[in-house]
Design a protein around this ligand. Structure first.
Ligand SMILES: [Zn+2]
Length: 255
Protein backbone atom coordinates (compact mmCIF):
# COMPACT_ATOMS: atom_id res chain seq x y z
CA UNK A 1 0.00 0.00 0.00
CA UNK A 2 1.14 3.56 -0.72
CA UNK A 3 0.60 6.78 1.21
CA UNK A 4 -1.26 9.77 -0.16
CA UNK A 5 -2.06 13.33 0.87
CA UNK A 6 -5.46 14.79 0.06
CA UNK A 7 -4.36 18.29 -0.95
CA UNK A 8 -7.90 19.69 -0.84
CA UNK A 9 -10.58 18.38 1.48
CA UNK A 10 -13.34 20.29 3.26
CA UNK A 11 -13.28 17.78 6.07
CA UNK A 12 -14.46 20.40 8.56
CA UNK A 13 -17.89 20.98 7.01
CA UNK A 14 -21.18 19.85 8.53
CA UNK A 15 -21.55 16.96 6.08
CA UNK A 16 -18.93 15.11 8.15
CA UNK A 17 -20.24 16.00 11.61
CA UNK A 18 -22.15 12.77 12.09
CA UNK A 19 -19.35 10.34 11.22
CA UNK A 20 -16.10 12.27 10.89
CA UNK A 21 -14.06 9.84 13.00
CA UNK A 22 -15.20 6.92 10.87
CA UNK A 23 -14.42 8.79 7.64
CA UNK A 24 -10.98 9.68 9.01
CA UNK A 25 -10.35 6.05 9.94
CA UNK A 26 -11.36 4.94 6.43
CA UNK A 27 -9.00 7.51 4.91
CA UNK A 28 -6.09 6.36 7.07
CA UNK A 29 -6.82 2.71 6.36
CA UNK A 30 -6.73 3.51 2.63
CA UNK A 31 -3.32 5.20 3.02
CA UNK A 32 -4.61 8.79 2.95
CA UNK A 33 -2.77 9.79 6.12
CA UNK A 34 -2.80 13.55 5.64
CA UNK A 35 -5.19 16.21 4.37
CA UNK A 36 -4.92 19.92 3.65
CA UNK A 37 -8.22 21.46 4.77
CA UNK A 38 -8.92 24.94 3.34
CA UNK A 39 -11.41 27.29 4.97
CA UNK A 40 -14.36 28.79 3.11
CA UNK A 41 -15.56 31.63 5.39
CA UNK A 42 -14.62 33.43 8.59
CA UNK A 43 -17.23 31.78 10.79
CA UNK A 44 -15.65 28.37 10.21
CA UNK A 45 -12.11 29.26 11.27
CA UNK A 46 -12.41 28.14 14.92
CA UNK A 47 -13.96 24.79 14.06
CA UNK A 48 -11.32 24.18 11.40
CA UNK A 49 -8.48 25.07 13.78
CA UNK A 50 -9.81 22.85 16.58
CA UNK A 51 -10.41 19.91 14.24
CA UNK A 52 -6.89 20.07 12.85
CA UNK A 53 -5.37 20.49 16.32
CA UNK A 54 -7.21 17.41 17.55
CA UNK A 55 -6.27 15.07 14.69
CA UNK A 56 -2.83 14.15 13.39
CA UNK A 57 -2.35 14.76 9.70
CA UNK A 58 -4.99 17.47 9.21
CA UNK A 59 -3.47 20.78 8.12
CA UNK A 60 -5.57 23.95 7.96
CA UNK A 61 -5.46 26.81 5.46
CA UNK A 62 -7.38 30.02 6.10
CA UNK A 63 -9.11 32.06 3.43
CA UNK A 64 -12.36 33.47 2.07
CA UNK A 65 -13.89 31.41 -0.75
CA UNK A 66 -15.45 33.35 -3.68
CA UNK A 67 -18.65 31.26 -3.70
CA UNK A 68 -19.39 32.47 -0.16
CA UNK A 69 -19.02 36.14 -1.07
CA UNK A 70 -22.32 37.02 0.60
CA UNK A 71 -20.90 35.96 3.97
CA UNK A 72 -17.66 37.93 3.74
CA UNK A 73 -17.11 41.46 5.05
CA UNK A 74 -14.02 43.67 4.74
CA UNK A 75 -13.38 43.09 8.47
CA UNK A 76 -13.02 39.40 7.72
CA UNK A 77 -9.98 40.21 5.61
CA UNK A 78 -8.37 41.92 8.61
CA UNK A 79 -9.30 38.99 10.81
CA UNK A 80 -7.91 36.59 8.23
CA UNK A 81 -4.59 38.39 8.39
CA UNK A 82 -4.55 38.04 12.18
CA UNK A 83 -5.34 34.33 11.89
CA UNK A 84 -2.50 33.86 9.44
CA UNK A 85 -0.06 35.65 11.73
CA UNK A 86 -1.18 33.83 14.85
CA UNK A 87 -1.93 30.32 13.59
CA UNK A 88 0.74 29.79 10.92
CA UNK A 89 -1.45 27.81 8.49
CA UNK A 90 0.07 25.78 5.65
CA UNK A 91 -1.49 28.10 3.05
CA UNK A 92 -3.86 30.97 2.33
CA UNK A 93 -7.12 29.74 0.82
CA UNK A 94 -9.44 28.77 -0.49
CA UNK A 95 -9.63 31.97 -2.51
CA UNK A 96 -10.07 32.87 -6.16
CA UNK A 97 -12.57 33.85 -8.81
CA UNK A 98 -15.75 32.16 -9.95
CA UNK A 99 -17.36 33.55 -13.12
CA UNK A 100 -19.51 30.48 -13.62
CA UNK A 101 -22.01 30.91 -10.80
CA UNK A 102 -24.33 33.83 -11.46
CA UNK A 103 -24.91 36.66 -9.02
CA UNK A 104 -21.39 36.93 -7.61
CA UNK A 105 -20.18 40.50 -8.06
CA UNK A 106 -17.02 40.37 -10.14
CA UNK A 107 -15.36 43.49 -8.75
CA UNK A 108 -16.04 42.42 -5.20
CA UNK A 109 -14.59 38.99 -5.91
CA UNK A 110 -11.47 40.59 -7.29
CA UNK A 111 -11.03 42.79 -4.21
CA UNK A 112 -11.18 39.83 -1.82
CA UNK A 113 -8.99 37.72 -4.07
CA UNK A 114 -6.18 40.19 -4.62
CA UNK A 115 -5.96 41.13 -0.96
CA UNK A 116 -5.57 37.43 -0.12
CA UNK A 117 -2.87 37.01 -2.77
CA UNK A 118 -1.02 39.94 -1.23
CA UNK A 119 -1.30 38.35 2.23
CA UNK A 120 0.14 35.11 0.87
CA UNK A 121 3.07 36.95 -0.64
CA UNK A 122 3.72 38.99 2.49
CA UNK A 123 3.58 35.94 4.73
CA UNK A 124 5.51 33.77 2.27
CA UNK A 125 2.72 31.18 2.09
CA UNK A 126 1.34 29.19 -0.85
CA UNK A 127 -2.19 29.95 -2.08
CA UNK A 128 -4.99 27.45 -2.71
CA UNK A 129 -6.90 28.77 -5.69
CA UNK A 130 -10.47 28.30 -6.84
CA UNK A 131 -10.84 29.23 -10.52
CA UNK A 132 -13.98 28.57 -12.55
CA UNK A 133 -14.41 30.15 -15.98
CA UNK A 134 -11.73 32.52 -14.70
CA UNK A 135 -8.37 30.85 -15.43
CA UNK A 136 -6.92 33.74 -17.41
CA UNK A 137 -8.05 36.31 -14.85
CA UNK A 138 -6.61 34.26 -12.00
CA UNK A 139 -3.29 33.90 -13.84
CA UNK A 140 -3.22 37.65 -14.51
CA UNK A 141 -3.79 38.40 -10.81
CA UNK A 142 -0.97 36.01 -9.84
CA UNK A 143 1.34 37.82 -12.24
CA UNK A 144 0.27 41.24 -11.01
CA UNK A 145 0.89 40.43 -7.34
CA UNK A 146 4.05 38.46 -8.13
CA UNK A 147 6.28 36.18 -6.06
CA UNK A 148 3.54 33.63 -5.42
CA UNK A 149 3.34 29.85 -5.37
CA UNK A 150 0.39 27.53 -4.92
CA UNK A 151 -2.14 25.24 -6.53
CA UNK A 152 -5.11 25.73 -8.84
CA UNK A 153 -7.45 23.25 -7.25
CA UNK A 154 -9.79 21.07 -9.30
CA UNK A 155 -8.22 22.30 -12.50
CA UNK A 156 -10.58 22.08 -15.46
CA UNK A 157 -8.98 24.38 -18.02
CA UNK A 158 -7.22 23.87 -21.33
CA UNK A 159 -3.71 22.71 -22.07
CA UNK A 160 -2.66 26.32 -22.72
CA UNK A 161 -4.11 27.44 -19.41
CA UNK A 162 -2.33 24.62 -17.59
CA UNK A 163 0.93 25.66 -19.26
CA UNK A 164 0.40 29.19 -18.13
CA UNK A 165 0.14 28.08 -14.49
CA UNK A 166 3.19 25.82 -14.65
CA UNK A 167 5.19 28.69 -16.08
CA UNK A 168 4.17 30.69 -13.01
CA UNK A 169 5.37 27.78 -10.84
CA UNK A 170 1.84 26.75 -9.86
CA UNK A 171 0.62 23.20 -9.38
CA UNK A 172 -2.72 21.87 -10.55
CA UNK A 173 -4.95 19.80 -8.28
CA UNK A 174 -6.74 16.84 -9.85
CA UNK A 175 -9.64 14.94 -8.26
CA UNK A 176 -12.88 13.12 -9.00
CA UNK A 177 -13.58 14.64 -12.45
CA UNK A 178 -10.59 12.75 -13.91
CA UNK A 179 -12.38 9.44 -13.23
CA UNK A 180 -15.07 10.23 -15.84
CA UNK A 181 -14.29 8.83 -19.27
CA UNK A 182 -15.97 11.79 -20.93
CA UNK A 183 -13.39 14.17 -19.40
CA UNK A 184 -11.33 14.03 -22.59
CA UNK A 185 -9.62 17.40 -22.36
CA UNK A 186 -8.70 17.02 -18.69
CA UNK A 187 -7.44 13.48 -19.27
CA UNK A 188 -5.23 14.70 -22.09
CA UNK A 189 -3.72 17.41 -19.88
CA UNK A 190 -3.04 14.93 -17.07
CA UNK A 191 -1.64 12.26 -19.39
CA UNK A 192 1.09 14.55 -20.69
CA UNK A 193 1.76 16.92 -17.80
CA UNK A 194 5.03 17.23 -15.87
CA UNK A 195 4.57 15.18 -12.70
CA UNK A 196 6.29 17.87 -10.61
CA UNK A 197 3.20 20.11 -10.88
CA UNK A 198 0.58 17.50 -9.99
CA UNK A 199 -1.32 17.34 -6.70
CA UNK A 200 -4.12 14.90 -5.86
CA UNK A 201 -7.32 16.01 -4.14
CA UNK A 202 -10.86 14.91 -3.43
CA UNK A 203 -12.56 18.26 -2.66
CA UNK A 204 -14.66 16.25 -0.19
CA UNK A 205 -17.58 16.28 0.36
CA UNK A 206 -18.02 17.53 -3.24
CA UNK A 207 -17.03 16.15 -6.66
CA UNK A 208 -17.89 12.45 -6.23
CA UNK A 209 -16.02 10.00 -8.41
CA UNK A 210 -17.50 8.18 -11.38
CA UNK A 211 -19.84 5.51 -10.07
CA UNK A 212 -20.51 7.46 -6.87
CA UNK A 213 -22.64 10.29 -8.27
CA UNK A 214 -25.13 11.67 -5.78
CA UNK A 215 -23.11 10.50 -2.78
CA UNK A 216 -20.89 12.39 -0.40
CA UNK A 217 -17.26 12.25 -1.46
CA UNK A 218 -14.63 11.46 1.18
CA UNK A 219 -10.83 11.48 1.44
CA UNK A 220 -10.49 7.66 1.27
CA UNK A 221 -11.56 7.93 -2.39
CA UNK A 222 -8.25 9.61 -3.22
CA UNK A 223 -6.81 6.15 -3.88
CA UNK A 224 -9.10 5.81 -6.91
CA UNK A 225 -8.01 9.22 -8.23
CA UNK A 226 -4.40 8.06 -7.96
CA UNK A 227 -5.14 4.75 -9.72
CA UNK A 228 -6.99 6.49 -12.55
CA UNK A 229 -4.10 8.89 -13.16
CA UNK A 230 -1.58 6.04 -13.03
CA UNK A 231 -3.60 4.14 -15.61
CA UNK A 232 -3.86 7.19 -17.90
CA UNK A 233 -0.11 7.71 -17.75
CA UNK A 234 0.84 4.04 -17.96
CA UNK A 235 2.56 4.41 -14.60
CA UNK A 236 2.61 2.50 -11.34
CA UNK A 237 0.15 3.97 -8.78
CA UNK A 238 2.99 3.90 -6.22
CA UNK A 239 5.04 6.16 -8.49
CA UNK A 240 2.19 8.70 -8.79
CA UNK A 241 1.59 8.50 -5.04
CA UNK A 242 5.26 9.05 -4.23
CA UNK A 243 5.69 11.98 -6.61
CA UNK A 244 2.47 13.78 -5.64
CA UNK A 245 3.15 13.27 -1.93
CA UNK A 246 6.56 14.89 -2.37
CA UNK A 247 5.01 17.76 -4.34
CA UNK A 248 2.43 18.34 -1.61
CA UNK A 249 5.02 18.19 1.19
CA UNK A 250 7.23 20.65 -0.64
CA UNK A 251 4.49 23.15 -1.53
CA UNK A 252 2.87 23.23 1.91
CA UNK A 253 6.10 22.63 3.87
CA UNK A 254 4.64 19.53 5.53
CA UNK A 255 7.27 17.60 7.43
ZN1 LIG B 1 -12.70 23.65 -2.14
Amino acid sequence: MFELIDSHSHFDVAEFDADRDAALARARAAGVKRQVVPAIARDGFEKLRDLCAANDGLHPAYGLHPLFLAQHTPEHLDELEQWIEREHPVAVGECGLDFYVEGLDVDEQRRYFERQLTMAREHDLPVILHARRAFDDVAAAIRRVGNLRGVVHSFSGSQEQANQFWKLGFHIGIGGPITYERAHRLREVVREMPLEFLLLETDSPDQPLCGHQGHRNEPAMLVEVCRTIAELRGADPAEIAGATTKNCERLFALS
